[in-house]
Write a new protein. Structure first.
Lengths: 137, 137
DNA sequence: ACCCTTATTTTGAGTCGTTCACGATAACGT
DNA sequence: ACGTTATCGTGAACGACTCAAAATAAGGGT
């Protein structure tokens, strides 16, 4: 039994071909959207419908196996890293996404001065810039 | 001539009823999406088509008169504050949005350790929590 | 004050990403 | 092997937004 199968069972989810294939595809291409994953699965003869991709992504995200991020000007992206609260940097030119480990977990910026009566549960940081490829181009 | 008219002309844009009405509506209800603004204008007899609302929002955003934000699980929102680089706190329950002035503009968290080859142009922070109303409910 | 140019708005259609409903299929505990 | 029930497929639908081209109106020039 692979690690992936373990993960699914521990979450009370059945181990299906689609879920295993999708997790594998996401391992190969982190920060993928539903469409890309669907195409990747089709290319691997692990065909599932587009709707099933959405089902799977929703189920696995709810189970805490996947993390969903929604950068501006982009479809929802999914990644396998869920344990740590890392952030992301997005290329404003091509949309490439990379992980960013926030060195200062308790940074001042994460404790806003005036919360307007809100209770703060979490902070999400998105950096915008140019990826290596788009800098040269 | 009102301030709003000045702003538009300085940006090289024509002063139209729709633009003036939309800016007024945004003043009354900050952090509004295109649909809300469209309804607000209709209620004020300043009818414009939904597509025009999108046109206006796009034009004014490009001109630097409006700022566009796109929190996860939400349509694009617009606000009048464009000069300062403030952040936002969003209610996970009802979607309410409030401004947050980041006290530490040069906070450590805004200088990620490993940028994966990216050049960082800006950082965007979104806080998630419960608004005052949703805390009591 | 009136044209004329051209920015803006409208009308109408169309796209993309996602969600919903429900019957068909298959996972897996017994 | 069997039956229950989670999961998947099919098909329809949605919201937010974009595109294209004809109709309108802002505002500079005369």
């Amino acid at each position: 039994m692979t690690t992936v199968e373990h993960q699914l069972r521990e979450a009370g989810l059945r181990v299906t071909a689609g879920r295993v294939a999708l997790l594998a595809a996401l391992g190969d291409a982190p920060h993928s959207d539903a469409g890309s994953l669907h195409r990747a699965l089709l290319a691997n003869d692990a065909g599932v419908s587009v709707q099933s991709v959405h089902n799977i992504l929703g189920d696995l995200t709810a189970a805490g196996i996947l993390r969903k991020i929604e950068p501006a000007n982009s479809a929802a992206l999914y990644e396998l890293r869920v344990d740590d609260n890392h952030h992301h940097i997005v290329c404003t030119s091509c949309g490439a996404v990379a992980d960013v480990d926030c060195v200062v977990g308790h940074a001042p910026c994460l404790s806003p001065s005036d919360t307007a009566g809100f209770t703060v549960a979490s902070a999400e940081v998105t950096f915008w810039g140019l990826c290596a490829a788009c800098q040269t181009a």
